[in-house]
Write a protein that binds this ligand. Structure first.
Ligand SMILES: Cc1cc2nc3c(=O)[nH]c(=O)nc-3n(C[C@H](O)[C@H](O)[C@H](O)COP(=O)(O)OP(=O)(O)OC[C@H]3O[C@@H](n4cnc5c(N)ncnc54)[C@H](O)[C@@H]3O)c2cc1C
Length: 278
């Protein structure tokens, strides 16, 4: 009993000094480079599905002052705005300052979450339309994991085409499972009602659909596969989340079809966000 007291006090101190602390409730590892986790949601946090926040851990103590600063990175919230908890879908960068440590979190651990959501992958930044294209590579799926579980997506669009390109099949699994569960979701299942078309592709490992989505759009494969004539500014809207190069290539393709880029203050036909910097 006497031995336990200092431990409890130390733990309490650690929690109290961590600013904006939230508690990890579950962790799932998908591959050696990808994992997802859920944390408690601050009661005051309001966000729009598709937005991102800054999350992180305390950094190492400064060798001179001994003081610790928070080590924060931008993360898309992968859960929808109505969820009681917050979900994140993360890369594990081997020498990454944050994710080399974040990948080891366990239920009960604390992370830092700055409750200031922002972002352009939101319904408010798009004009009304009939078909919504969601283009993602890698962890760029995260904001769409939120939007695919958001009722507004199904209220506003007749069809949602989710394209996700990764190198290997296992990297698609988080998205594949999420989409497979949409129609049986007690909250949004009825609204989903066959509206989601899932178009996964791989660039390295053999799979039913190989190739970069940019190539498959340019050579018309996507349209032939889905029985569509193309993309049109009067009916089609798009959201894009991938590397800088991917975003640039998709932008060019969309603009070739006559779509214009929108923003929160100026809704138009498509919106783009980086999945990471570098
Ligand atoms: C708006 C925005 C939203 C983001 N949302 C997410 C998210 O939902 N999930 C997520 O895992 N990351 C996301 N990121 C990236 C995230 O902010 C960090 O870069 C990532 O967690 C790695 O942190 P780190 O400190 O370990 O390495 P960093 O020093 O940040 O990155 C090291 C290098 O790793 C590569 N890298 C970083 N992140 C990724 C990634 N996601 N996929 C592939 N390569 C990457 C880059 O080449 C980068 O230069 C987002 C970034 C931005 C700008």
């Amino acid at each position: 009993m006497t031995e336990q007291t200092p431990v409890t006090q130390a733990a309490a101190t650690k929690v109290a000094t961590l600013p904006d602390a939230q508690t990890v409730t579950s962790v799932q590892h998908w591959t050696d480079q990808l994992f997802s986790f859920r944390v408690t949601r601050p009661a005051s946090l309001r966000f729009r599905s598709g937005e991102f926040v800054m999350i992180g851990l305390m950094g190492d103590p400064d060798p001179k002052t001994g003081k610790q600063k928070p080590l924060l990175r931008a993360y898309s919230i992968a859960s929808p705005a109505w969820d009681d908890e917050l979900e994140f879908y993360s890369i594990k960068v081997q020498d990454g300052p944050l994710t080399s440590r974040l990948q080891h979190i366990q239920p009960g651990d604390q992370i830092i979450l700055r409750p200031k959501p922002v972002g352009t992958l939101v319904h408010d930044a798009l004009l009304p339309g009939k078909r919504l294209w969601l283009f993602a590579t890698g962890t760029g799926f995260a904001p769409f994991a939120s939007l695919l579980r958001e009722p507004e997506t199904y209220e506003k669009f007749d069809q949602i085409i989710m394209t996700h390109t990764c190198r290997d099949v296992a990297e698609l699994e988080y998205g594949r499972r999420l989409i497979a569960g949409l129609e049986s979701d007690p909250l949004i299942g009825e609204m989903v009602d066959g509206k989601v078309v899932y178009y996964p592709t791989t660039t390295r490992e053999q799979s039913p659909k190989m190739g970069r989505i940019t190539t498959l759009l340019q050579d018309g494969t996507v349209f032939a596969d889905l029985g569509l004539d193309g993309i049109a500014a009067d009916t089609d809207r798009a959201m894009v989340c991938g590397s800088l190069g991917f975003n640039k290539d998709i932008k060019e393709i969309l603009e070739g079809f006559g779509l214009e880029e929108g923003a929160n203050s100026d809704p138009k036909h498509y919106v783009v966000e980086k999945a990471f910097v570098g």
